[in-house]
Every structure is written in structure tokens, then in C-alpha cells.
Design a protein around this ligand. Sequence first.
Ligand SMILES: *[C@@H]1O[C@H](CO)[C@@H](O)[C@H](O)[C@H]1NC(C)=O
Ligand SMILES: *[C@@H]1O[C@H](CO)[C@@H](O)[C@H](O)[C@H]1NC(C)=O
Ligand SMILES: *[C@@H]1O[C@H](CO)[C@@H](O)[C@H](O)[C@H]1NC(C)=O
Ligand SMILES: *[C@@H]1O[C@H](CO)[C@@H](O)[C@H](O)[C@H]1NC(C)=O
Ligand SMILES: *[C@@H]1O[C@H](CO)[C@@H](O)[C@H](O)[C@H]1NC(C)=O
Ligand SMILES: *[C@@H]1O[C@H](CO)[C@@H](O)[C@H](O)[C@H]1NC(C)=O
Ligand SMILES: *[C@@H]1O[C@H](CO)[C@@H](O)[C@H](O)[C@H]1NC(C)=O
Ligand SMILES: *[C@@H]1O[C@H](CO)[C@@H](O)[C@H](O)[C@H]1NC(C)=O
Ligand SMILES: *[C@@H]1O[C@H](CO)[C@@H](O)[C@H](O)[C@H]1NC(C)=O
Ligand SMILES: CC(=O)N[C@H]1CO[C@H](CO)[C@@H](O)[C@@H]1O
Length: 475
Amino acid sequence: MEFSQSIRFLMVRILATWTVAMATFSGATECRQTEQIGLRRLIGDYESPTGCRAHVADLTDFGGVGDGVTSNTKAFRDAVGNLSMYSDDGGAMLLVPPGRWLTGPFNLTSHFTLFLHSDAVILASTDLDEYPIVDPLPSYGRGRDIPGGRYSNFIWGSNLTDVIVTGDNGTINGQGQIWWDKFHNKELNSTRGYLLELMYSEKIIISNLVFVNSSSWNLHPVYCNDVVISGVTILAPTTSPNTDGIDPDSCSNVRIEDSFVVSGDDCIAIKSGWDQYGIRVGIPSEHILIRRFTCISPYSAVIALGSEMSGGISDVRAEDIVAIHSESAVRIKTGVGRGGYVRDVFVRGVTLHTMKYVFWISGNYGSHPDDGWDPKALPEISGINYSNFVAENVTMAANLEGIDSDVFSGICISNVTISLSPKPKKVQWNCTYVEGSTYDVRPTPCALLPENGAPCAFPTETLPVESLQLDICSK
Ligand SMILES: *[C@@H]1O[C@H](CO)[C@@H](O)[C@H](O)[C@H]1NC(C)=O
Ligand SMILES: *[C@@H]1O[C@H](CO)[C@@H](O)[C@H](O)[C@H]1NC(C)=O
Ligand SMILES: *[C@@H]1O[C@H](CO)[C@@H](O)[C@H](O)[C@H]1NC(C)=O
Ligand SMILES: *[C@@H]1O[C@H](CO)[C@@H](O)[C@H](O)[C@H]1NC(C)=O
Ligand SMILES: *[C@@H]1O[C@H](CO)[C@@H](O)[C@H](O)[C@H]1NC(C)=O
Ligand SMILES: *[C@@H]1O[C@H](CO)[C@@H](O)[C@H](O)[C@H]1NC(C)=O
Ligand SMILES: *[C@@H]1O[C@H](CO)[C@@H](O)[C@H](O)[C@H]1NC(C)=O
Ligand SMILES: *[C@@H]1O[C@H](CO)[C@@H](O)[C@H](O)[C@H]1NC(C)=O
Ligand SMILES: *[C@@H]1O[C@H](CO)[C@@H](O)[C@H](O)[C@H]1NC(C)=O
Ligand SMILES: CC(=O)N[C@H]1CO[C@H](CO)[C@@H](O)[C@@H]1O
């Protein structure tokens, strides 16, 4: 760790040479040059056979104009189309130089890096005609906003391997206001797309970027494996609709770290499909690590599990979490008809300020895709371990609601200190149909979670995704 820190420090200086290096960016470039512009700093923490791309091109090579007005839809699509030819020849990197690059939706390709300069802003077109209507996700059966299809995602990739979306903290701006207005006014006939979606893909890194004003969810890996999201900042007005930060959905081996989200919905929402559609597809979200994460979300959760969890969610670990002015820390959302499971969840080291609830479990979330849901499909919620929380200015400690005839079990809460707001709820712990235990928790928990004298578990073995790395250019 110390080694990579010093690499970072060194490379910050090397980044200063960007402008000089920019001059050399036409056509294929050698590895050494990609190091000069700081790629090595960005991917220095990760290793893979293709962390350094053999071919490098600049958006302006494809006619890009960064004036904030000219459409770059063709430039981005031509660039990716061209660079996709190098997938089997060392891979390629597309550089987005300083400027404001307006564009319609475009796709990524395999063995590919999209790199944004710190002063590069990719602006999503606000012309809805640029966004074709595409099929809904199989595990959702319909668009989430309304039945039917959905608008194309802004940046999208499907069936890819080895994709890096990164930069020196450049910006991807969804210009979401028009979508939010149309959504509120019920003027949309299809569901909004997402800012960045990777589907059926593996070996994904999204790092060192700022995502602002997404039309809906920001980062949506779905049916993916081996995903690292690191050093991202996600910003949207806290009143904007469904602007979730990061939504790993039916994905395995996901690491989210060193990131900050301010949004109008859950900062992170782990999902796995909706009722009968999610049950049929049956791809769980599992082996998910979240660490060093900060959230502001006044009307939603810091980390939500669900509400779509019909393919199952298991082995989620979160630590070193900070939240200010958020509705709840971790929230499990589920209900009759969802099926699936949420189990083996471990959260520790959480610092909270100004919260409506610290712990929230909703077994009556409702929200079905259609009438085809199975009333016998009960979710299994078990093995939920929360420890080492400090929370201040809290309205209510816990609202834990299981399901009659489907008790949520193995809930463990330990070493938690909650200070209340000036106007707290009279009932601090509201527990129904839950079973478990507590240890060293204040204020005193409900009778369904008696004190048992032992701290909650946290796994000691590490996850493979903790050490998932990409190769640096040269050894
Ligand atoms: C696209 O690829 C071709 C062949 O690989 C190359 O010759 C050409 O210069 C590229 N186009 C641009 C605009 O860079
Ligand atoms: C992007 O990929 C999706 C999924 O494969 C496809 O439906 C869509 O047409 C592609 N869009 C563009 C602009 O290539
Ligand atoms: C993408 O992968 C999925 C799942 O493996 C598969 O069903 C689909 O046909 C693939 N699509 C393409 C365009 O290869
Ligand atoms: C990246 O930019 C965001 C938004 O301007 C800022 O909050 C954040 O501190 C920046 N991160 C780094 C590492 O410079
Ligand atoms: C994000 O949207 C809000 C609301 O429309 C707007 O005030 C703000 O300037 C936008 N931010 C950026 C960086 O475009
Ligand atoms: C939705 O459909 C209505 C009725 O066909 C149409 O008037 C409206 O323009 C459509 N909205 C969008 C955003 O396409
Ligand atoms: C405490 O929480 C209340 C809402 O319950 C909020 O209005 C107030 O500003 C918070 N106080 C501080 C010091 O953050
Ligand atoms: C209890 O939690 C606090 C806050 O996270 C932490 O500093 C402390 O070490 C924990 N105590 C034990 C015994 O784990
Ligand atoms: C406690 O939970 C039940 C549902 O389990 C709900 O009906 C009730 O309103 C809750 N009470 C409070 C004070 O939140
Ligand atoms: C109360 C309790 O121990 N809860 C869970 C903590 O995590 C382990 C491992 O998943 C579960 O078996 C426990 O039920």
C-alpha cells in the first residue's frame, strides 16, 4: 500500500507534463508515452495483462470539437469503432482532451480505456431523439419508471472484457434536468437510461472521475464480474429523481472504494432483479466490498440492499463508511413476491451525522413490475451483522420490519453508540418479525434483539476482488 501511495505522489507531478505530452498523441503511441500522461498513476494500483494499451488516439483525431455546442456523437462512435480494431492487438486508449464535448450516447469496446483529462467534460446530449429505445433488462421485465422499453444508456458497453473508464478527475455530465422535468411531468413514454452501464462484462475499472447530473442511476454494472470502482465523485441535486450513485446489479466480485456520492437516491444500491423476472434470470449479486466511502443522501440510504433483490444478494462487506444527512445507513428493502435472499452482510466502522434511522429493514416495500408476481415468493433475510457504529443527531435508532411467517433472522448489532436529535421519536427501536442479538448498543435495543455478550462477526479471509489489479505498463 505504501508503495502505491508513493507512486501516486510521484505521478501527480508527472501529470503536469500532460500538455507537453498531448502534442505526441496522434495515432499509435508507445507505452512510455502513456505513462507520461499519468495513466500509470491511475492504473498503478491495478495489474492486468492490458493495463497499458498499445494504441492511443485523441478524440480530435476523429473530428471532435470541444466547444460545448458541436455534436461529437459521430466522433465518439468513429473513435470507438476504429479503436475496437485493436482489441486483439494490445488494446487501445481514447483520450478526451480539455474541452466540453457534447455527444449523444456511445458504446465502449473491449481492451479499451477511455481517459478524460482533468479539464475534459463529456456533456450528454439533451436531444431525446438521440437516445433510441432499447429492450428492458431481462431481470426487470420492463422499464423501471414505466412499463415498456428504456432509453439508451448514455455510455454503454455489453459483452465486454477489460474496460477502463478513467481520467485525471475529468467530468461526465448527464445534463439530467430535462429528464427529471419530463419524468416529474409524466411526459416520458419509456424509462430513462443510465449514465454509464456495463452489461454482461468483466474486468471493469471505473476510477478518478466526476459524474454529475445523471438522468437516473449513475453507474450501473449489470450481469458483470470483477468490477472496481475507485476514486469517483458522483454529484446530483438531493431532490433529483432516482439518481442512485452506484448500483451493482446481478454482479459478482465488485469493489467500491475511496468514493463520494451526493445524490437524490441511494448512494449505493445493490440489486439483483425484480420479482418473477429476477427470479427467472437468477443471477445474484455476491462478493461485494465497499470501503472508504462517503455519502450524503437526505431522502435515501447510504447503502441499500434491494429493493430489487430477486436473484439474491450475499457476502456484502462494507467498512469505513461516513455519512452526513442521510435517511438511513444500511437499508434492506424487500417484500412478498420478491423471492431471493439477502444473507451474509457485514458492515463495520460507520460514522454518521444527522440521520432519520441508523438501521432500517423494510419487509413491506411493495412496488411490483406487474400482476405476475408470486405471493408465495418470500425473501430469505438472514445473517446480517452490523458493528462499530457511531451516530449523532439521530431521529430513530432502528426500524426493523420482517414479514409475518418469514422472520428475518440472524441479525446482529454490536458496539453501536447513537446520540439522539433534539426531537427524537418516542419509540427508538421498532422491531417486528425479526430475530437476532445485540452487544454493547445504546440506546437499549428492542426485546427481539436481546443482549448476547458477543460482538458481531466480520469475515477474516479476504475476497479475491480486494487484490484485483491491472498490470502497470512496464516492470
Ligand atoms: C482508423 O483505423 C485505420 C486502420 O486501422 C487507420 O489507418 C486510421 O488512421 C484510423 N482512423 C483515424 C481517424 O484515426
Ligand atoms: C450499443 O450497444 C447496445 C447493446 O449491444 C446496442 O443495442 C446499441 O445499438 C449500441 N449503440 C451504438 C450507438 O452502437
Ligand atoms: C451477451 O452475453 C449474453 C449473456 O452471456 C448473451 O445472452 C448475449 O447473446 C450476448 N450478446 C452478444 C451480442 O454477444
Ligand atoms: C474531483 O472533482 C470533484 C468535483 O469537483 C472534487 O470534489 C474532488 O475533490 C476531486 N477529487 C480529486 C481527487 O481531485
Ligand atoms: C446540475 O443540475 C443542477 C440543476 O439543474 C444545476 O443547477 C447544476 O448547475 C448542474 N451541475 C452541473 C455541473 O452542470
Ligand atoms: C409520449 O407519447 C405521447 C402520446 O403519443 C406523445 O405526445 C409524446 O410526445 C411522447 N413523449 C415523448 C418524450 O416522446
Ligand atoms: C440535527 O437533525 C435535524 C433533523 O432531525 C436537523 O434539522 C439539524 O440541522 C441537525 N443538527 C445538526 C447540528 O446537524
Ligand atoms: C467500537 O466502535 C468504535 C467506533 O467505530 C471503535 O473505535 C472501537 O474500536 C470499537 N470497539 C471495539 C471493542 O471494537
Ligand atoms: C413500527 O413498525 C410497524 C410495522 O412493522 C409500523 O406499522 C409502525 O408504524 C412502526 N412504528 C413506528 C413508530 O415507526
Ligand atoms: C447474530 C449473528 O451472528 N448474525 C450473523 C452474523 O454473520 C454470520 C455469518 O454469515 C451469520 O451466520 C450470523 O447469523
